[in-house]
Design a protein. Structure first.
Length: 199
C-alpha cells in the first residue's frame, strides 16, 4: 500500500493505565519515523494527546480535526502542525477519512469503537479500499475480536469482510500490516442477498 497519511482513533481519558499511554506514544513515534502524516481527533488528553505529542517530538506532521464543542483550552491540542475546527462529529469523521490513506484504532471507548466500525462499514460497502488496523495491545480487544468471529460464524459477516480488519499486538506490527494489506475483493456479496453461499 502507498500510505502517506494515517488516521488514528483512540481514547481521550487520562484515567487509564500508563502502559496504554506508552503504546500510544510508540505508535506516534513510529508513524512519524515512517514519514507518514498523523491525522487524529485533535485532543490533548489521554491516548490522543500522548499519540500526537510523540509524533510531533519525532518530527512528524500532525493534523487534528476537532468539533467546535470540544474546542476548549482543556481539550484542544494547540501545538499541532494544523488544527481544523469543524461544526460537528459527522463533519469531523468525514474530514478525517478524507485526509487518510489508512485507519488504526488504539484502545478506547464508545467513540473509538464507533469510528473503527464506521471505517470498516465503509470498506464493507465499497466506499473505500483503505486498510483498517486494530492495535490489540495487551489483549484489550480480545473479547471484541471474539465477538466479531462469533458474528462471522453465525452468518452475519462474510469471510471477505472479516479480512478487512487487521489486528496486531504492537504498533510496529499494525503498521506493517497496513503496508502489506491486499484488498480481499468479493466484498459486494451481500448485494446479491444471499445468492452466493457464505464461506
Amino acid at each position: 500500500m502507498d500510505i502517506r497519511s494515517v488516521c488514528v482513533y483512540c481514547g481521550s481519558s487520562d484515567h487509564v493505565p500508563a502502559a496504554y499511554l506508552d503504546a500510544a506514544r510508540e505508535m506516534g513515534r513510529r508513524i512519524a519515523q515512517r514519514g507518514w502524516r498523523l491525522v487524529y481527533g485533535g485532543g490533548s488528553t489521554g491516548l490522543m494527546g500522548a499519540l500526537a505529542d510523540a509524533a510531533l517530538e519525532a518530527g512528524g506532521e500532525v493534523v487534528g480535526v476537532l468539533p467546535d464543542h470540544f474546542y476548549t483550552p482543556q481539550l484542544a491540542h494547540t501545538g499541532l502542525t494544523r488544527l481544523e475546527v469543524v461544526p460537528d462529529m459527522h463533519t469531523r469523521k468525514a474530514r478525517m477519512a478524507e485526509l487518510a490513506d489508512a485507519f488504526i484504532a488504539l484502545p478506547g471507548g464508545f467513540g473509538t469503537w464507533e469510528e473503527l466500525f464506521e471505517a470498516l462499514t465503509w470498506a464493507q460497502i465499497g466506499l473505500h479500499r483503505k486498510p483498517v488496523g486494530l492495535l490489540n495491545f495487551q489483549g484489550f480487544y480480545d473479547k471484541l475480536l471474539e465477538f466479531v468471529d462469533f458474528a462471522l460464524g453465525q452468518g452475519f459477516l462474510y469471510v471477505e469482510h472479516r479480512r478487512l480488519l487487521l489486528e496486531a499486538a504492537t504498533p510496529e506490527a499494525v503498521l506493517q500490516a497496513l503496508e502489506t494489506f491486499e484488498h480481499p475483493g468479493g466484498i459486494a456479496k451481500w448485494l446479491r442477498q444471499g445468492t452466493v453461499a457464505r464461506d
